[in-house]
Design a protein. Structure first.
Length: 73
């Protein structure tokens, strides 16, 4: 089988091989928001709990962004 790089096709797995800490935090944030939203839509958690959980996740992303800008990660 030919490597995806040899034939000029970029696979999604190749695209995410080397994520910096901020990109990894954004990816994690998106996944967590999807899960929290699904739980709220399924009535597993209240809308207020979902809001607070997403708010906390956003705080984590902002902290990571500050570290990234200072080149600490």
């Amino acid at each position: 089988m030919l490597s995806s790089r040899k034939i000029g096709i970029l696979l999604i797995s190749d695209m995410y091989e080397e994520l910096n800490c901020f990109e990894e935090a954004l990816k994690h944030f998106g996944t967590r928001v999807e899960i929290i939203t699904a739980m709220e839509m399924a009535k597993k958690i209240s809308p207020e709990d979902a809001y607070q959980m997403i708010k906390n996740e956003l705080k984590d992303v902002k902290l990571c962004r500050k570290k990234f800008k200072k080149e600490e990660c």
